[in-house]
Ligand binder design. Structure first.
Ligand code: BES
Ligand code: ZN
Ligand code: ZN
Length: 499
């Protein structure tokens, strides 16, 4: 879909459908922009159909030549004061779907000037572009008969006043990049695990390096290198699989360097549970266990096109968690890269083992100011927060606020959870430094985060995001069709842009 920004008078806009977004507070005023003749028709229809511009209400009208467009869609957004960018994204997506009923080649959006004042032109436009792209996504490459869909318009016009053209165009550019990143993440996660192997993730990283003309530098550590780095916890997880592990490092270092940030993504390309085997049901969706790494790769796929001024390193310990005669066994003790020993009592708590070594590596070799890890880490986090919200743990209050702000701006929700010291006793081991599962049944997402904390140097600001819930949707949502959500790509990009 092509996006363009046009300052044309809405009355003479050449589009098949013009969508006028409006609120309960501003409806009468907002339709005046269409000229008094058209506005009269709209008001009459509104009375007839009891339309008050509440959220989810819309009014679809023929223009009968009163304005240049073929059809007019008045899109209600409820009360102005209760609006936020996530609501706006949802309203845009819903009304685009509605507009598709007229089989349009071009659709134009017009937002009230008050929305520009509240959200800023760049953010508003960017959100609209994301809404269009993300709600129109489908993963259908393996389907013979494609799902019947209303045809997509070829062009979406953002109709705004002349003074806002530049900022709106910036918004279009940003929105296209952030949606592109999210769609890459969705595709990687939706793809079956036989395709998205550790080797495949490494190839994706190398293709990013090539496309970026080496603005992103990539290094792949092979098994022998991983052995040299002493990443035995990671190797322990990988050793049951016939596929070799790939430790992937991506680096973006602009000329003007601000701060150094390491992004870590859990990259288990399939999680059977290992010898602590999952049930068939529990395993069904475990191709998604690399969603964290998909988000990190996606960030690097567009990072160099944005004006991020920080030194960013991405780290992914990709491997499979399989049972076999060579697999890690419950009761085994692994010596991690920072020297701490881990008693493995459940081989299904594998993500934290791979992450332990990556966090140790990041602490001792990268020495960044900030580490953020993203991982589909625990079912417990889904129990706690449901499927729309990621758990957020951090040792730094400022970092928490920053991530919360990025979450707000992108609509990718997070909730701050405690690194509760009193629960440390739950992961104390009798015979090693730490155990990989908690004693008892409760607080599993917190103890997983505490476990990770053992491998991060104290002076580094660190945040852990458990994305087990929001990484994959089992039902259609407005902006996220059933399947991978691409969660995290936009959140991390926003974080880097605002830092
Ligand atoms: N990959 C899973 C967590 C997961 C579950 C992600 C459901 C997405 C959806 C993780 O490796 C795992 O198996 N965790 C165990 C930990 C337990 C053994 C302590 C869990 O959550 O059951
Ligand atoms: Zn597992
Ligand atoms: Zn896992």
């Amino acid at each position: 879909m092509k996006f363009s920004v046009k300052p044309t008078d809405p009355k003479s806009l050449k589009a098949d459908v013009v969508v006028i977004f409006t609120t309960e507070d501003s409806f009468l005023e907002d339709v005046m922009i269409l000229g008094s003749q058209m506005a009269k028709v709209v008001k009459k229809a509104a009375e007839y159909e009891c339309f008050f511009a509440k959220q989810k209400e819309s009014l679809f009208l023929s223009t009968e030549g009163k304005i240049a467009a073929y059809k007019l869609l008045i899109a209600g957004a409820g009360k102005k004061d209760s609006l936020d960018l996530l609501k706006i994204r949802r309203i845009v997506a819903k009304n685009l779907n509605k507009a598709k009923e007229a089989n349009p080649k071009t659709v134009a959006f017009r937002f009230p000037s008050s929305w520009y004042k509240i959200f800023g032109s760049t953010k508003l436009t960017r959100s609209a572009v994301e809404a269009v792209n993300l709600s129109s996504y489908g993963f259908e490459k393996y389907k013979g008969k494609k799902k019947e869909r209303k045809s997509k318009p070829r062009e979406v016009i953002i109709n705004t006043s002349a003074g806002k053209i530049k900022s709106a165009e910036q918004g279009v550019n940003l929105g296209e990049l952030t949606s592109q990143a999210t769609i890459l993440a969705r595709n990687l996660v939706n793809e079956p695990a036989e395709e998205t192997s550790p080797e495949h993730l490494a190839q994706i990283a190398l293709s990013i390096e090539k496309k970026s003309k080496k603005k992103v530098k990539v290094k792949i550590f092979e098994e022998k290198d991983i052995v040299k780095l002493g990443m035995n916890a990671y190797l322990g997880v990988s050793k049951g699989s016939a596929k070799p592990p790939k430790f992937i490092r991506l680096e973006y270092k602009p000329k003007v360097v601000g701060r150094k940030i390491v992004l870590v993504g859990k990259g288990i390309t399939f999680d059977t549970g290992g010898l602590s085997l999952k049930s068939s049901k529990g395993m069904e969706l475990m191709k998604m266990d690399m969603a964290g790494s998909a988000a990190v790769l996606s960030v690097f796929s567009v990072l160099y096109k944005l004006s991020v001024e920080h030194h960013v390193v991405g780290l992914i310990a990709a491997c499979e968690n399989m049972p076999s005669s060579k697999a890690l066994k419950p009761g085994d003790i692994l010596k991690s890269a920072n020297g701490k020993t881990i008693e493995v009592l459940n081989t299904d708590a594998e993500g934290r083992l791979t992450l332990a070594d990556v966090l140790s590596y990041a602490s001792s070799y990268e020495k960044p100011e900030i580490i953020i890890d993203m991982a589909t880490l625990t079912g417990a986090c889904m129990v706690a927060l449901g499927i729309e919200i990621a758990g957020l743990w951090s040792n730094d209050k400022k970092l928490i606020s920053k991530i919360e702000e990025s979450a707000k701006a992108t609509g990718e929700k997070v909730w701050h959870m405690p690194l509760e010291k009193d629960y440390e006793k739950l992961i104390e081991s009798d015979i090693a430094d730490v155990r990989n599962v908690e004693k008892g049944r409760y607080g599993g997402a917190i103890t997983a985060a505490l476990f990770l904390g053992h491998f991060v140097e104290d002076k580094i600001s660190w945040a852990h995001l458990d994305i087990a819930g929001p990484a994959f949707y089992q039902k259609d949502a407005v902006l996220i069709p059933k399947g991978a959500s691409g969660f995290g790509a936009r959140l991390l990009l926003q974080f880097l842009l605002d830092l």
